[in-house]
Design a protein around this ligand. Structure first.
Ligand SMILES: NC(=O)c1ccc[n+]([C@@H]2O[C@H](COP(=O)([O-])OP(=O)(O)OC[C@H]3O[C@@H](n4cnc5c(N)ncnc54)[C@H](OP(=O)(O)O)[C@@H]3O)[C@@H](O)[C@H]2O)c1
Length: 233
């Protein structure tokens, strides 16, 4: 049997790709996934000759089991994927809301449901939430809702899957992530000014925090804010 893998769902871009890069640097066997098989294989090849990949669509949970059939032995799971959704209560898109809610709450859970039997008791899971659950912004209605849902998922999964550890990381605004890096000039400055560390957290800082949650055997059932103290001010 192959060495147990670190499976990163949403590993083709942004924070998931950076986590994949870090795990590869640290000697993990890494398997990344996104929606498109060719894109996944291309990103995996860019990251490392031994990085593996497969495709799945978290917004179609009934198909996740079949997509995961080729994954044998798992050490760590990182659930990072998101499809951006701009939604408000006043101008509500039911379709967009159902899509993101399904992806993050049902899709994440179904991946863990499928892979947990392929993990040993030393395995761990990290779920990516986000500080929009604590500090909403215009258009974050569904994002705030699902990221709040991640807090509950961590608690129930840490109990149900024991001794497998389950934690979540809640990024603030990660300045060098693709979603934020391309925003018009002036958008990020007020956010950095409001952050007690005086700047925005970087992708690599975030990935180091996620890796800590994956690897440290003492940490379980935690929702870790990694936002430079942004929500304090
Ligand atoms: N960036 C930030 O500052 C920030 C702040 C707070 C929270 N977060 C959280 O951190 C996580 C990563 O955010 P990010 O900014 O790095 O996202 P991103 O750059 O938009 O990357 C999203 C990833 O999810 C994958 N994906 C999208 N839809 C999918 C689906 N239906 N099924 C499977 N994979 C899918 C994408 O792969 P393909 O496109 O290849 O399918 C890609 O790998 C998210 O959970 C987000 O809520 C990020």
């Amino acid at each position: 049997m192959e060495r147990a893998a670190t499976v990163i769902i949403g590993g083709t871009a942004g924070l998931g790709r950076d986590l994949a890069e870090l795990c590869l640097e640290r000697g993990h066997r890494v398997v990344i996934a996104g929606r498109d098989e060719e894109r996944c294989a291309g990103v995996a090849a860019e990251l490392h000759p031994e990085c593996e990949s497969f495709a799945l669509d978290l917004s179609r949970p009934a198909e996740i089991g079949a997509a995961l059939a080729g994954i044998d032995s798992v050490r760590h799971i990182a659930l990072v994927a998101i499809e951006r959704d701009e939604n408000t209560v006043a101008d509500y898109s039911i379709e967009d809301a159902i899509r993101l809610t399904t992806l993050k709450l049902v899709g994440y859970t179904e991946v863990v449901h499928q892979l947990a039997p392929r993990m040993s008791g030393e395995g761990s899971v990290v779920l990516y939430g986000g500080q929009a659950q604590a500090r909403p912004y215009p258009g974050s209605t569904t994002v705030s809702t699902v990221n709040g849902g991640v807090i509950g998922m961590v608690r129930t999964m840490a109990v149900e899957l024991a001794p497998i550890r389950v934690n979540a990381i809640h990024p603030g605004v990660i300045g060098d992530s693709p979603y934020w890096a391309d925003k018009p000039e002036g958008v990020l400055d007020p956010i950095a000014d409001r952050t007690p560390i005086g700047r925005l957290v970087t992708m690599r800082e975030l990935s180091e925090a996620a890796l800590f949650l994956l690897e440290n055997g003492a940490v379980n059932g935690i929702n870790l804010a990694a936002d430079g103290g942004w929500t304090l001010k």
